[in-house]
Design a protein around this ligand. Structure first.
Ligand code: MN
Length: 720
């Protein structure tokens, strides 16, 4: 075994840093942190015999691979100084400032745990990780990098420690990396852990992979050459990679009873293109040439995984009859797939990448919210650890709302679990459920990919029986507390939840929103003196959530009637609008997103309160529910080539996958497919399509062409 790749110098690391950080001031700060760390670690050695500073240098190097920001890199270099070097927080703060010191403190807290029993230790470990993560997700990212390097050098530790560290990595740290979407770190942690926990299995798979490597590489290269030719012919700019499977993921599949030579994805490739539209185009081209394997197509672009992963997956019968797994995605999707939340550092258009990293973690990752929810519940530490392990980090199923939102649930979850995860209020008023359009009992066990519609009744309330039915501990506690809490507590909780949801819509996190300073303003304006009262008043309907949020975050336009609507836009020179509103010009118009009219449709305008005029299709049922504030509108026949979003549903009686065919028909007519998704139901298959067209003529033409196909039994434009 050679370990020479660990022996790096600070200059090696700086070279990597400089590939994405150019700010001189930041470079100087990183150098300063290194000097401080190396002077403090002087004379210390690791179990492997190397100078200690080699370890933080490697941690920093791992962090550069996910393009961590300046402060995180500094925290990586300094992460062991507080713990191992007899250095106080104040001393460190003097040299590197409070921000980085706080990060290092966070990492130190995670390692400082010593408990008599294994179980106590685990409980505290989880809690610290959770608290650390809710304070600053960068703490966990440094911890993951630290653990990864420790796992790489695990050979230097005694056997018992190897087993302990390896199982901890597999049980806690790899799942956290997975949920944060940091695939690179997750996958290496798993492989390293397997190597120590099941060496015979690990080396057996590694050897099999090795033996077949030449043959596999040759086949993949031949296939890639063919695909390259097709894409070049169609003038698509792309990047293409062969893809190797991690040993741990193969081990998992073998464990599920698969044979080594039955693993399709051993021959795998990835195509990276510039736009989402090109992803579907490439898919269409590939399916046109190679027969796709039924049921292996997955559209994670239209329906991203809960850790934000997006990609198209398909398996096709390629050259020489071999099966190839192909992934198609854009560059940005690729960055998210590799680095997850950390990819927010790489996309620098965000003004404050670090704030964006934290708010993405809070807003987009369900697992994060679930963990925070659990930590707030009053349950025994043992229950807590088991819930996090069994319900949040492992063994999840993914179900969908009718709108296509993904809800992550523990294995064995019921429609009641689902309803509470959507919203506590939905859970509390649940009276029934439809799963894939069939009525099911409330104790029905949901399966992966079920589409669940919850039926609610405002005046209904939870039943005691549910406590025994539900699977998720957090939901069970919510139901229990419903029966034990007084009314005020219920209102406070409801108010907080309503505010959280509204803030999320405006991309704000509740913790940042209720900063000390903002609280002062809110309390003064709403004449209360504590946060619970703010929640209580929202929960019982005295204040609307927006009236509270607007105290801090004022909406941009506040106009009340048509006259004002017209005035708002007076200064903007936007005269070539696509829509003519009779009686006025210079008015802001929006295409309604319930019925998505396209150029040429019969349309009606609806005057909104303060946001211009919404354009609906004349037959949109939402218009009937709106009051009389409609206005006559017409398409501007002089308007340019705007493309309009259109959503429609194709019903098919064939269970074969016709996505490629549909995409091809569309692209032949110049229709840009934006997303396409197939939904399998009992006796038919639906294709949920979104596309961009220039006019109703183009859309009708597409429908005409599609209707010629015998497998299509109906097409319907959607109105939501
Ligand atoms: Mn360390």
């Amino acid at each position: 075994m050679s370990h020479s790749k660990d022996k790096i110098t600070f200059n090696d690391v700086m070279e990597l840093v400089k590939t994405y950080i150019s700010n001189e001031e930041e470079i100087t700060k990183i150098e300063k942190a290194y000097k401080f760390a190396s002077s403090r670690h002087k004379g210390q050695y690791r179990k492997s015999g190397e100078e200690y500073i080699i370890h933080p240098l490697n941690v920093c190097k791992i962090l550069t691979e996910i393009h961590a920001d300046c402060d995180t890199l500094r925290a990586g270099l300094l992460h062991d100084v507080l713990e191992d070097c007899d250095c106080t927080n104040d001393e460190m703060e003097e040299v590197v400032g409070p921000e980085v010191t706080k990060l290092v403190e966070g990492v130190t807290k995670l390692s400082k745990l010593h408990f008599s029993t294994e179980n106590d230790y685990l409980i505290e470990y989880y809690k610290k990780i959770i608290i650390g993560m809710s304070e600053d997700v960068r703490v966990i990212i440094v911890k993951l990098a630290d653990r990864l390097h420790n796992m790489r050098t695990l050979w230097a530790l005694p056997y018992e420690k190897q087993i302990k560290k390896a199982s901890e990595s597999l049980e806690i740290l790899a799942p956290i990396a997975h949920h944060l979407g940091i695939h690179k770190i997750k996958s290496e942690l798993e492989d390293l852990a397997l190597r120590y926990l099941k060496p015979e299995v690990f080396y057996d798979i590694a050897e099999k992979l090795n033996k077949t490597k030449l043959e596999r590489d040759r086949t993949v290269n031949l296939m890639m050459d063919e695909v390259k030719e097709i894409l070049t012919e169609h003038n698509i700019t792309f990047e293409m990679k062969g893809r190797s499977k991690s040993i741990y993921s193969i081990y998992n599949k073998l464990n599920k009873g698969k044979k080594f030579n039955e693993l399709y994805d051993l021959l795998a490739m990835r195509i990276i293109v510039n736009t989402k539209q090109e992803c579907y185009l490439v898919l269409g081209l590939i399916h046109a040439k190679y027969k796709p394997m039924p049921k292996r197509f997955k559209d994670y672009i239209a329906m991203p995984k809960p850790n934000m992963y997006q990609s198209l997956h398909t398996t096709v019968f390629g050259i020489d009859g071999y099966l190839f797994e192909i992934q198609i995605r854009t560059h940005e999707m690729d960055a998210v797939a590799e680095n997850g939340v950390a990819s927010h550092w790489a996309y620098k258009e965000h003004k404050d990448a670090t704030a964006s990293l934290q708010s993405t973690t809070e807003q987009k990752l369900q697992f994060f919210r679930s963990i925070i929810d659990l930590s707030k519940d009053k349950m025994s530490s043992e229950d807590f650890v088991n819930s996090v392990k069994n319900e949040v980090l492992n063994n999840n199923i993914y179900c969908f709302t009718p709108k296509g939102d993904v809800i992550e649930l523990p294995n064995g979850a019921t429609p009641i679990d689902f309803a509470y995860k959507v919203h506590t209020r939905v859970g509390e008023t649940t009276v029934g459920a439809l799963v894939n359009n069939s009525i099911v009992p409330l104790d029905y066990e949901l399966k992966d990919n079920d589409i669940v519609k919850i039926i609610t009744n405002k005046s209904s309330s939870p039943s005691q029986e549910w406590i025994n039915i539900v699977k998720s501990t957090a939901v069970r506690n919510k139901i229990r507390s419903y029966f034990t809490r007084n009314e005020r507590e219920i209102y406070i909780e409801r108010g907080k939840e309503i505010l959280e949801k509204e803030l999320r819509k405006r991309k704000l996190s509740i913790n940042n929103f209720f900063s000390d300073e903002n609280c002062k303003k809110v309390f003064k304006e709403s004449k209360v003196d504590n946060l619970d009262d703010v929640y209580f008043n929202v929960g019982n309907g005295k204040n609307t959530p927006n009236s509270i949020i607007n105290i801090i975050d004022k909406p941009k336009e506040e106009t009340q009637n048509l006259k004002k609507v017209a005035l708002v836009k007076e200064n903007t020179p936007d005269n070539n609008s696509n829509i003519i509103v009779s009686g006025i010009d210079k008015v802001k118009v929006n295409i309604a997103n319930c019925c998505n009219p396209v150029y040429g449709d019969d349309i009606i305008g609806y005057i909104t309160k303060g946001n211009g005029i919404n354009i609906h299709r004349a037959n949109c049922h939402n218009l009937a529910m709106l009051d009389s504030r409609t206005v006559e509108v017409n398409w501007n026949s002089n308007s340019n080539n705007t493309k309009y979003l259109s959503l429609f549903l194709i019903r098919s009686n064939s269970r074969d996958n016709h996505i490629a065919d549909i995409v091809q028909k569309a692209s032949m007519l110049g229709v840009m497919i934006d997303g396409i998704n197939n939904i399998y139901q009992a006796d038919s298959v639906f294709y949920d399509v979104s596309c961009y067209v220039t006019s109703i003529k183009q859309l009708d033409k597409l429908f005409f062409e599609l209707n010629k196909e015998t497998y299509i039994t109906g097409i319907e434009r959607l109105i939501r």
